[in-house]
Design a binder for this molecule. Structure first.
Ligand SMILES: [Zn+2]
Length: 334
């Protein structure tokens, strides 16, 4: 089936469906509820029930305007303009999903943001055989290999305990949806008193509805940080530094693998854990799906497409609005 790539996003004309478009369209699929995937869409929106719930929460005014929200749970299918759309699990944030489009005997798989490792909070990725794979490559260089769920949780907890035992305050920067809840989960499950910034706390109830508990978490209060681990948004760095208190920062991110991560983040502790696939995981997804055509989007697109071609795969890197070549953007939200 034909695909059109443009600054608006990815379009499948045969079935009149957009994939994570950047502007309002008549009908779209949202792979998950990060703001660079789920925007102010206008009419018909397909997504997992969790993604649609976050979408409503993030954009209550928009989401109430004559929209048709079409929940598609994992493993479920629906028919659109002669194609079968099937929702499949993707490890990334809660609710993240891949979309399999079957049309006239062809299987197209759109991964959305994805990784292969088990997430701290979320589902395991299902590897799906397909003919045509659209795969994101945020971390498509060999330098990017990340800690497992267990390793990351242990590093988060150990750093927090060391700081607290020293009388210092550990602070973890997490983007509002995904990392922030995962760090909060690791800390609270270990019995550490944890104060959570409002932008992150806003989504805790959705995680709770999906089986994750955060015992004893409390709202972040600038006047009461002693004896607590802080989970705050990256923009809080200067505010925390200005308090003059002994606050020690940990940076939990895939970008922590970069040599300059310590300088850029201002963190003393780097924990290389991501919601995206590292290099080996991307290869694993490709090898498991065995597609005859691969489109690489986001991140190191050209380099990773060439890597795949060198290994015998038919891969290219069509330009999209979300092609991400700089670390800057990703530091804000992975
Ligand atoms: Zn994402």
């Amino acid at each position: 089936m034909d695909l059109h790539y443009s600054s608006d996003g990815i379009y499948i004309p045969d079935i009149d469906l957009w994939l994570d478009p950047q502007v309002s369209k008549p009908a779209c699929w949202i792979s998950h509820a990060h703001s660079d995937h789920a925007r102010d869409y206008s009419t018909t929106v397909f997504g997992t029930p969790v993604s649609l719930e976050v979408y409503r929460l993030r954009w209550p005014a928009i989401a109430s305007q004559n929209q048709s929200l079409q929940p598609l749970p994992y493993g479920h299918s629906c028919v659109r303009n002669g194609a079968t759309l099937t929702c499949l699990p993707a490890a990334h944030i809660v609710g993240a999903a891949q979309l399999l489009v079957e049309f006239k005997g062809e299987r197209l798989l759109y991964t959305g943001d994805i990784k292969r490792r088990e997430p701290i909070c979320g589902v395991l990725t299902e590897i799906v055989p397909c003919d045509h794979l659209i795969l994101e490559s945020t971390f498509g260089l060999p330098v990017y290999h990340f800690l497992s769920r267990q390793e990351a949780m242990a590093e988060i907890v150990n750093f927090a305990k060391e700081c607290l035992e020293d009388g210092a305050t550990p602070a973890f920067f997490g983007y509002p949806l995904g990392r922030g809840q995962e760090v909060t989960y690791a800390l609270t499950q270990a019995g550490i008193r944890t104060a959570v910034h409002g932008a992150i706390a806003k989504y805790l109830s959705i995680y709770e509805q999906n089986g994750y508990s955060f015992p004893g978490w409390e709202p972040y209060d600038a006047k009461q940080v002693q004896g607590r681990a802080l989970v705050v948004v990256p923009g809080m760095r200067r505010v925390l530094e200005a308090t003059g208190k002994d606050i020690r920062i940990a940076y939990v991110s895939g970008w922590a693998r970069l040599d300059n991560a310590r300088t850029r983040s201002g963190a003393e502790k780097l924990i290389p854990y991501s919601d995206h696939a590292g290099f080996d995981e991307l290869l694993e997804i490709v090898e498991g799906s065995r597609p005859s055509r691969i489109d690489i989007i986001h991140g190191y697109t050209e380099v990773f497409a060439k890597t795949l071609c060198d290994r015998g795969w038919n891969a290219s890197s069509p330009a999209t609005a979300r092609t991400r070549d700089t670390q800057e953007e990703a530091l804000a939200e992975e």
